[in-house]
Write a protein that binds this ligand. Structure first.
Ligand code: ADP
Ligand code: ASP
Ligand code: MG
Length: 420
């Protein structure tokens, strides 16, 4: 049994009746707002869009690594910070960025208003630390836009149906931006980041990686789910389900980036593989003497994001989960009182491409490449457009390089340019 399921995204009622075109949602990540100079540059870019006539909503992340610093501060205070208070604390970083950007925009001669996620109408469920957006009540944003203001929204956070402040999981500002784009009826959501777009592999591991002109929603879902952290997985689900086109591009230069859109001919024929992704941040678990239904019900109750699931025999189930969820998994498995063991010396390398559906032999070639490198896959999982292998963690970067080369992703065609 192999499964990779993406969760359904709720309909965002938003204020759809008042939605208008000409609205642009721009999201800026942590490195893009790392200091006051960069925030001033971001303010200029936002103002430039406004001066082109757009109604602009900008979603900002916390400055640089400040979310990490806030998390560390919490653990300095307590070994097990209460999730509600942790969210109160770590949601602060995004508010700082927005308030500072609003000041810079005023100095550039434009009206701007900064809003917390709660003020912006981002309503979530009650799961602290990885809350899901259940509604966007965008009336206040519409009013500010109608008054000619630029709206700055603190990413990564919302208010729960119990009126508590929640956060959306690491990288969650992407999801704030896409949910707002969907609720406001914006056709495009621009994701400004510290690389030029989505690449055929993490450009920090693979300097020869190519920037893709276009990837399909399905490919981007698989890439995000398997380690390409340039977009949070849930933001891609939102974009696909609401027909929002994503444009992932650099904060530091004006070049066009990568479009995440419906599948087209380029993705099927021109370059059937979109990229090689990897992750080092997963733990694998082997569990015995438990039914799948009991096991996964218990993990779901503990809000564990299970990824790979393999039923290897009558009694053994193997699954993976993010390393961040390790204590929740331990609690759930101990609660079941069944034998289990974990391994966190494995990473995962995945090959993704819409063209795999119609081109056989990709798996064979992938295994041959790994074999040549004397890397033995421990667990293999597939979807129609992905093949993923769990391999020893120390071999992961070597595997990425070998696969990138073997599938010729360093060549210009891998970029999927439009036929001209
Ligand atoms: P931001 O702070 O702007 O949200 P992130 O750090 O969340 O940025 O995501 C951008 C990073 O994602 C890049 O710096 C890059 O190292 C990493 N990354 C991993 N895989 C890819 C990929 N395939 N394409 C682009 N970036 C990738
Ligand atoms: N600041 C949050 C994080 O570091 C959210 C984000 O940047 O998207 O995860
Ligand atoms: Mg991010």
């Amino acid at each position: 049994m192999v499964a990779t399921d993406y969760e359904a995204v709720p309909a965002v009622a938003g204020d759809a009746e008042t939605s208008s075109h000409g609205t642009l949602v721009m999201k800026f990540g942590g490195t893009s707002v790392a200091d006051t100079e960069r925030l001033k540059a971001v303010a200029k870019r936002i103002v430039a869009a406004r001066e082109e006539g757009e109604r602009v909503v900008a979603v900002l992340s916390a400055m640089g690594d400040s979310t990490d610093d806030l998390v560390a501060l919490a653990y300095e205070m307590s070994p097990r910070p209460k999730p509600r208070e942790l969210d109160m604390l770590i949601s602060v970083g995004e508010r700082i960025s927005c308030a500072l950007a609003a000041m810079a925009i005023h100095d550039l001669g434009h009206e701007a208003i900064s809003l917390t996620g709660s003020q912006a109408g981002i309503v979530t469920d009650t799961t602290h630390g990885k809350a899901k957006i259940v509604d966007v009540r965008a009336r206040r944003i519409h009013e500010a836009l109608d008054a000619g203001r630029i709206v700055l929204v603190a990413g990564f956070q919302g208010v729960s149906t119990d009126y508590d402040i929640t956060t959306l999981g690491r990288g969650g500002s992407d999801t704030t931006a896409v949910a707002l784009a969907a609720a406001l009826g914006a056709a495009v959501c621009e994701i400004y980041t510290d690389v030029d777009g989505v690449f055929t592999a993490d450009p920090r591991v693979m300097p020869e990686a190519r920037k893709l002109h276009a990837v399909s929603y399905e490919e981007m879902l698989e890439m995000a789910a398997s380690g390409a952290k340039v977009l949070q997985l849930r933001s891609v689900e939102f974009a696909r389900n609401h027909g929002v086109m994503l444009h992932v591009r650099s904060s530091f230069n004006p070049a066009a980036g990568t479009w995440v859109i419906e599948e087209d001919e380029r993705m099927l024929e021109k370059a059937m593989i979109s990229g090689v992704t990897h992750t080092l941040e997963e733990t694998l678990y082997w569990v015995e003497e438990v039914s799948a239904s009991r096991l996964f019900a218990s993990l779901a109750d503990s809000s564990v994001n299970v990824d790979t699931i393999v039923q290897t025999g009558e009694t053994e189930i193997v699954f993976s989960a993010p390393s961040d969820d390790a204590s929740a998994v331990t609690e759930a498995l101990d609660g079941l009182g069944v034998p289990w063991r974990a391994r966190d010396d494995l990473g995962k390398v995945s090959l993704i491409g819409a063209g795999m559906k119609s081109h056989p032999g990709v798996a064979a070639r992938m295994f041959a490449v790994l074999d040549d490198e004397s890397i033995e896959p421990k667990i293999v999982t597939t979807s129609p457009i992905k093949i993923a292998c769990h391999i020893p963690r120390e071999d992961v970067e070597r595997a990425v390089r070998a696969l990138h080369h073997a599938f010729e992703l360093h060549r210009p065609d891998a970029e999927r340019p439009h036929a001209s």
